[in-house]
Ligand binder design. Structure first.
Ligand SMILES: *Cc1c(COP(=O)(O)O)cnc(C)c1O
Length: 493
């Protein structure tokens, strides 16, 4: 028995027939025929699904063939366009994980281009004219900036945590507060990473309160580590208490004395802090939200500290571990260090970023993340005013209400969750079109997508994360939206 819908399916063209269309024949000059055949097959499948679902009907086989060719060409062109592309970040979230976290400093971009294009001293020591180590390029700088004896950088901080636990707590106990068993996002959960590393997790305290005595009671002959995890993206406020590094140091020292173990030696209890975002400078402009620096954590008594390269540090994706030569030496020899090693481009970017920290004042200007976070609200407001003026000129009369409004920005990247950063945004209210259709247009239809925020039927463009050049990109995108909304009547309707 045939239904009207199955009748429709007979109109679907064969893949071979679709490939004979002139549009697809033309694409054969620049694309493999098998890829085009896949595109044709997918476009045919899509139309089949829509016909079956009754979402679409075709008057005749010609209409079906045209639809499939159009779909196949769109798919083929999508293959040619980069998937990973630049976007304009108008969200006000400075370290935006979905948008690539930290924009690199110009010096880092240059360094990447230089080593990427040709050969490099990645594992070649020019002084001895012999084989060198890729770890050397950043180790000296990290040590100079943190006061550490030794350092190693790997793929990201999640890898660093995994490596430290695996080397020092495998099949032994690591004591951690229940208030610090956090999920950072993107499926990184401290309990899971501990299990994966082979470390035995010994939880102490409660979600909101953990005391020194809780750690002391948990000590056992198999204890290898007191682990402190920065809660990054959340805070327990109110009736809360946690144990700081100096106190953890005292507990570890007392236990080590009982064991007759030297600090940091084999069989000793280590104090390890996963700082998460980590920072090399005291970010005084953040006021009371400023976090201890890596150097301060070491001075307070940590044997090891790990932190990210692309959060508040403002460099490439990386995870850095600092500590004594003996402990870091063991990490360097761990096979995970090989599996999680950085490539030359990340090393180049990290080295260049770290070098900027040698001049702390300059770093606030030359490292984009620090520049955006530290920029005075007044300067952000001036940029918002410029964007508002540019938009008023770009957008046709009677389409939108454009004003500058005070807002709150966030550091993002799981850093400084309670730190409200005063900022200014341009608010676009709609007389034609609407916020949803505008947002969709800005993201889906622009070569360089503009990611903004919707609030109360308006689109907000936060000037804190917009560069001067971005302003014109935003204005052009919004103008294009209203031009389309103008010709299509009321867009979004
Ligand atoms: C972000 C974070 C991590 C993971 O760091 P990545 O560099 O993203 O891998 C681990 N621990 C804490 C506390 C974090 O905030």
């Amino acid at each position: 028995m045939t239904t009207p819908r199955t009748d429709q399916l007979r109109m679907l063209p064969q893949v071979e027939e679709t490939l004979r269309a002139p549009e697809l024949r033309a694409l054969e000059a620049i694309m493999e025929r098998s890829v085009l055949a896949d595109c044709a097959r997918e476009a045919t499948d899509e139309l089949r699904q829509r016909l079956l679902a009754g979402e679409r009907t075709c008057a005749d086989a010609d209409e079906a063939a045209c639809t499939v060719v159009e779909g196949a060409v769109a798919r083929a062109l999508a293959c040619l366009r980069p998937s990973l592309r630049r976007v304009v970040n108008a969200t006000g979230v400075v370290v935006h994980t979905n948008l690539g976290r930290s924009p690199l400093p110009e010096a880092a971009v240059q360094a990447v281009a230089d080593v990427a294009r040709g050969y490099s001293t990645l594992e070649y020591d020019v002084a001895s004219m012999a084989r060198g180590s890729r770890h050397d390029h950043v180790e000296r700088l990290v040590c100079a900036l943190t006061g550490a004896e030794a350092a190693i950088a790997v793929n990201n901080n999640a890898a660093a945590v995994m490596m430290v636990l695996s080397e020092f707590a495998r099949e032994r106990e690591a004591v951690v507060s229940r208030g610090e068993l956090v999920e950072i996002g993107g499926s990184f959960r401290i309990p899971d990473i501990m299990e994966l590393s082979g470390a035995l997790m010994r939880e102490v305290g409660t979600t909101n309160r953990t005391r020194a005595a809780d750690y002391e009671r948990a000590l056992a002959p198999g204890t290898s580590m007191l682990l402190k995890v920065h809660p990054s993206n959340y805070r327990v406020v109110g009736f809360a208490e946690d144990v700081g590094v100096p106190e953890l140091r005292r507990i570890a020292d007392e236990e080590n004395a009982r064991r007759g173990a030297a600090r940091g030696g084999r069989d000793s209890v280590l104090v390890y802090e996963d700082q998460g975002s980590g920072t090399l400078l005291r970010l005084g402009f953040l006021g009371s939200s400023a976090e201890p620096t890596v150097a301060e954590s070491l001075r307070s008594g940590c044997d090891l500290v790990s932190f990210s390269g692309d959060k508040l540090l403002g460099g490439p994706q990386a995870g850095i571990v600092v500590g004594s030569s003996e402990l870091v030496g063991r990490l360097k020899r761990n096979p995970l260090a090989r599996a999680m090693r950085l490539d030359k481009m990340a090393i180049a970017a990290l080295e260049a970023t770290l070098r900027l920290y040698l001049d702390p004042e300059g770093a606030l200007r030359s490292i984009p993340v620090l520049r955006m976070l530290s920029e005075p609200a007044e300067a952000v407001r001036e940029r918002a005013e410029l964007l508002a003026r540019t938009l008023r000129e770009a957008v046709p009369e009677g389409c939108a209400r454009i004003e500058v409004v005070p807002e709150t920005a966030r550091a993002g990247g799981g850093a400084l969750p309670l730190c409200d950063i005063e900022t200014h945004a341009v608010r676009v209210g709609f007389e034609r079109g609407c916020a949803q259709s505008c947002e969709e247009f800005l993201v889906r239809r622009r070569e360089v997508p503009v990611v903004a925020r919707i609030s109360k039927q308006a689109v907000l463009f936060d000037a804190r994360t917009l560069s001067h050049d971005d302003l014109f990109e935003v204005a052009a995108a919004v103008r294009a939206y209203f031009e389309e909304a103008g010709t299509a009547g009321k867009a979004g309707a």
